[in-house]
Design a protein around this ligand. Structure first.
Ligand code: COA
Length: 311
């Protein structure tokens, strides 16, 4: 889990306002650039590399965030679990057993999920016989978008926005329910999306969301407003669109209860998903054929060539 002196120097050279996911991508590239043997993609070497990258992800994310806060990075502790180590390195405070368990559940639920977009990107990279690090960089870059890893930030922002409009009211007030319903209907009428809802594969509620929902409810027992807003949006979306929450819908509420800054949510996704990426990368190396889909041309046909000077 420990970072080299050079890697720590790289992190402190970043602007504190850098997008943490891009910083993470740069750190993985830096680790690759310092590996003298990247052309060797044997199983044995890749398993070692994979373990090393998985171990370092949490340390990197914590160090990037601490630098953004103007604080020095914290060394991992040998006797802590991965989840506890991350929370400790982030806050310089030992997490409680309950916090450790909650975060561990979040990591487990996010760890692997067949051919999602970032995993597919990793497999495409490896299918060209590129190296493991480059495949992880491709995966992190693909995770960044709001239709994939970025959805958790967008959904908590929706809950925050609606909560601020409800200030001073009790959620059971009719006015509050109307604020939520109006928001959903307005968003849908503009053909925009409610983030954290819907899934390419699941046409029912994502089973991971069902587990996170329980944690979101328990961890927000002091202030249920975000959770109540989430449940109300869920109800309206089920009725209007027959679409249901995915993994990213409740995760922000849980992370908020652990005082994890919003900007780190996608980085945490990357930390957790690295185990899945590495497993897919190794599998692809062992049974590979170049992934090269065809595209279908649907433009106009039989066009004449017009010389440049006549255009
Ligand atoms: N809010 C509103 N409408 C949604 C929607 C959402 N969250 N998700 C899908 N739809 C609608 C689309 O607008 C489209 O409507 P139309 O047929 O009237 O044009 C229809 O459902 C199909 O959309 P499409 O993008 O083709 O479905 P998909 O199966 O490819 O979508 C997602 C999967 C995840 C990209 C999509 O549900 C989405 O954008 N969700 C929000 C982002 C998100 O939570 N991402 C994390 C995924 S784990």
């Amino acid at each position: 889990m420990k970072l080299s002196k050079e890697l720590k120097q790289l992190i402190i050279s970043f602007s504190p306002s850098i997008n943490p996911l891009l910083a993470l991508c740069t750190c993985v590239s830096f680790i690759a650039a310092n590996d003298k043997d990247t052309d060797n993609n044997s199983n044995e070497i890749n398993k070692k590399r994979g373990l090393s990258i998985m171990a370092k992800m949490g340390t990197l994310v914590a160090a990037i965030e601490r630098h953004a806060q103007g604080k020095i990075s914290i060394e991992p502790k040998k006797d802590l679990s991965y989840a506890a180590n991350f929370l400790y390195m982030l806050k310089e405070k030992m997490p409680s057993k309950k916090e450790e368990r909650i975060f561990d559940v979040c990591l487990i639920l996010t760890a692997e999920h067949d051919l999602n977009a970032s995993t597919f990107a990793a497999r495409v990279a490896v299918s060209t016989w590129s190296d493991l690090y480059s495949a992880i960089v491709a995966a992190i870059a693909t995770l960044k978008g709001p239709l994939h890893g970025g959805a958790s930030i967008k959904s908590i922002e929706t809950f925050e926005k609606l909560a601020s409009e409800m200030e001073g009211k009790k959620f059971c007030d009719k006015g509050c329910l109307k604020i939520v319903e109006d928001y959903v209907m307005e968003t849908l009428s503009q053909h925009k999306r409610i983030m954290g809802i819907g899934h390419r594969v699941y046409k029912v509620k994502d089973p991971r969301a069902k587990i996170l929902e329980k944690y979101a409810e328990r961890t927000s027992s002091g202030n249920l407003l975000y959770f109540q807003i989430a449940k109300e949006i869920e109800k309206v979306m089920a009725k209007e669109k027959n679409l249901y929450p995915n993994l990213d819908y409740f995760s922000g509420i849980v992370y908020k209860s652990l005082s994890i800054p919003k900007r780190l949510y996608i980085c945490i996704f990357a930390m957790a998903r690295t185990s899945g990426w590495v497993a897919h990368i190794i599998e692809e190396y062992n049974d590979n054929r170049l992934i090269r889909p065809r595209s279908e041309y649907v433009g106009s046909k039989n066009r004449n060539y017009i010389p440049i000077e006549k255009r």
